[in-house]
Design a protein around this ligand. Structure first.
Ligand code: CDP
Length: 237
């Protein structure tokens, strides 16, 4: 973020040909892993992300269980080969942060009180990354949870908006994230109209923030429509 010297918008088009309000191409599929209770694979631009959901199941270690509800546990992980410079395997500050905010983005929709003393485990594996992996990961995880049949009040859809060459734009890709001025990832439980993730990297004016927030919410709703279609498709005969 905030590196100078690269022109990101030319003749109203972005480097990949998109307009300011356009999402990258997105593909979604559920039920892709046999061993998991639920799973999803999401391609979002050049991001490739697998999510697996297990549970509700017995909690290990026992002392983290809750007597009156299920806990939701998330591990976000990047494959060493997912980025141009090899990513050192294992947790780092960034993956611990993304795991935490992802858990907080998903937990509000789960009917945890139905399954005391259990855990819903979610694993997000980033196979290829090109900016916006937390949004794509949350989107994939919500699909995996639905696929596992976890009782939920709502789905969670996620999308970011940012600022490039002084303009607010939807869904920044890698170069835009590197050379742009700001990024604002948002997650939304659409039926509850509840924002479950809101982070900001870089600088917006107040007006730009409001524009970016609205744009990101619009992106979440588009993603939500794709999620519903993906789930329905599995059950069509
Ligand atoms: O992926 P997301 O935008 O949610 O999180 P970020 O921390 O803003 O990372 C932006 C992008 O930087 C990632 O999607 C990767 O493409 C890239 N990245 C990388 O190249 N090497 C890393 N070790 C971490 C991130």
């Amino acid at each position: 973020m905030k590196k100078e010297g690269v022109k990101l918008i030319e003749n109203g088009k972005r480097l990949d040909g998109r307009g300011l309000d356009e999402l990258r191409p997105i593909k979604m599929e559920i039920g892709v892993l046999k061993r998991a209770d639920g799973s999803a694979y999401v391609e979002w631009g050049e991001n490739k992300i697998m999510a697996a959901c297990y549970g509700p199941r017995e909690v290990h270690p026992r002392h983290v269980e809750e007597p009156d509800r299920a806990i939701v546990r998330v591990r976000y992980n990047m494959a060493p080969f997912s980025v141009p410079d090899r990513k050192r395997p294992g947790p780092d500050r960034r993956s611990v942060e993304i795991s935490k905010v992802t858990k907080e983005a998903l937990e509000p929709v789960v009917l945890t009180h139905l399954f005391p003393r259990t855990v819903v485990d979610i694993f997000i594996e980033v196979l290829q990354a090109n900016a916006g992996t937390r949004c794509a990961g949350i989107t994939a995880a919500a699909l995996a949870m639905a696929d596992a049949g976890i009782p939920m009040r709502d789905l969670v859809a996620s999308c970011a908006a940012g600022k490039i060459d002084g303009k607010v734009a939807l869904d920044l890709m890698g170069l835009e994230d590197n050379y742009g001025e700001a990024d604002l990832p948002v997650a939304l439980a659409p039926n509850k109209k509840q924002v479950t993730l809101l982070q900001m990297d870089g600088n917006f004016t107040r007006a730009e923030f409001e524009e970016a927030f609205e744009k990101a919410l619009g992106g979440c709703l588009k993603v939500y429509e794709m999620q519903k279609k993906t789930i329905r498709k599995k059950y069509e005969v």
